[in-house]
Ligand binder design. Structure first.
Ligand code: HSO
Ligand code: ZN
Length: 428
């Protein structure tokens, strides 16, 4: 890997960084068929697709009890780590719960906002080569903290589903666990089957099949957002430790050959050193092949900006899922960046800490989604409503405005519903 100058990037090279895509379009047609079959045929279709795509004969789709038993099957050390992670994720999400409020305005209007949990939600927990107990925690804990009564988890079937994943699902507080993955798992949650209870919202990360299925069912059921491969952008100056920067890039690169990992810095010396550290360290890792593919992808690179403001502009346009700032004045730099899923400040804050255990959520907007929305949070599982009461004087003050607008819209009965309240009952 060689440093490149931001100023020298061609329009195509810039587009590769700024218009990342999750590659879901190619499977949309196949996914539509799967979703329709599950919607129409329920468990029978679920079993058939599990056989076809996962090579699994699923005896019981409902594995809630198996998840509970898995707690005894995992190492004590892994169980302790799962519990510590859950405690930190719970603490951070409890701290963000909104409170209902009402406010009395002086002119006789009382207005307020209330927050109530969804009653049933579904969480997709990936399986396969990337078994992610941590994603179970990130999906289930905020839902339970928000007060969701029924949290259902779907995860791909396998002869031996990773016990750590099952234990994490159980420990995080899931109410039901189903052995069904891929597009069929999303469809089962969205439409329900004989075994799977239909939910109101489906959340969680997954591969392109899962992502395409979420796009397909959206409208019939709420979804969180469409998440693509992991990304990290490290904004660094010459005070950064090149080994730490390189390791953060390599870590997210091991997720997926399509991961996008970028450093942008105003220091040519640091860029050179980061490239050297990457070349020395990447081949040493167990998942070296995936890492190499991600590093070689067009949306990855070590970039030199002419100044920190140019680097900041690049970061703002890139809109990273994870933004790591390893530079002096990291908070001042972050103040100048709005488009970011989750920010990691300083040398001792590796992205992996947030991936697993510090408490923030790791289900975050990718592909520039951070320009429009944030990651999973308790808000994902709440809906708000408003409430109001007007005093007699309050309505009297407002009546001219309401009746004028109602008549301007040609909705005279709306106006009358205000006037009637001031008719003198004695005149009747
Ligand atoms: N970095 C991933 C989450 C993850 N990392 C799970 C490790 N396990 C997307 O934010
Ligand atoms: Zn990660």
């Amino acid at each position: 890997m060689e440093p490149r100058q931001v100023a020298d990037l061609s329009p195509d090279e810039r587009r590769a960084f700024f218009e990342r895509d999750a590659g879901v379009d190619a499977v949309r047609g196949d996914v539509r068929d799967i979703v329709e079959r599950v919607r129409d045929e329920g468990d029978a279709a679920v079993r058939e697709f599990s056989r076809e795509f996962d090579g699994a004969e699923v005896a019981n789709i409902d594995i809630t009890d198996e998840a509970e038993r898995a707690v005894d099957a995992v190492d004590d050390e892994v169980l302790a780590a799962i519990r510590e992670s859950i405690a930190n994720v719970r603490e951070f999400h409890e701290a963000q719960l909104p409170e209902d409020w009402t406010r009395e305005f002086e002119d006789g209007r009382m207005l307020g906002k209330r927050f109530r949990p969804l009653d049933r939600v579904g969480v997709y927990v990936p399986g396969g080569t990337a078994a992610y107990p941590s994603s179970a925690i990130m999906g289930v804990v905020p839902a339970k903290v928000a007060g969701v009564e029924h949290v259902a988890v779907v995860t791909p079937p396998a002869e031996d589903i990773n016990p750590a994943t099952l234990a994490a699902i159980h420990e995080a507080g899931a109410d039901a666990v189903y052995s069904v993955g891929g597009a069929q798992g999303v469809a089962a949650l969205a439409y329900g089957t004989e075994t799977v209870t239909r939910v109101r919202k489906v959340v969680g990360p997954g591969n392109k099949w899962v992502t395409a299925a979420k796009a397909e069912v959206r409208g019939d059921v709420e979804i969180d957002f469409l998440a693509g491969p992991s990304e990290v952008l490290v904004l660094a100056d010459d005070t950064a430790d090149p080994a730490a920067v390189a390791s953060d890039l390599i870590a997210q690169a091991e997720h997926d050959p399509n991961a996008s990992v970028v450093t942008v810095t105003d220091s040519a010396g640091l860029a050179e050193a980061v490239c050297e550290e990457i070349e020395a360290r990447a081949p040493e890792r167990e998942r070296a092949e995936t890492i190499r593919a991600a590093l070689d992808n067009d949306a990855s690179g070590v970039l030199v900006a002419r100044s920190m403001p140019e680097a900041v502009l690049f970061a703002e346009e890139y809109a990273a899922e994870h933004l790591s700032i390893q530079a002096e004045d990291d908070e001042a730099l972050l103040d100048r960046i709005s488009n970011v899923g989750s920010a990691f400040l300083g040398r001792f804050t590796p992205v992996a800490a947030g991936d697993y255990a510090s408490g923030t959520n790791h289900v975050l907007p990718t592909n520039g989604g951070a320009k429009a929305f944030g990651g999973l949070s308790t808000d994902t599982f709440l809906r708000s409503s408003t409430v109001q009461r007007l005093s007699a004087d309050g309505l009297r003050d407002l009546s001219g405005t309401v009746t004028t607008l109602a008549e301007a819209e040609g909705l005279e009965a709306h106006a009358e519903s205000v006037r009637v309240r001031f008719e003198d009952a004695g005149d009747e």
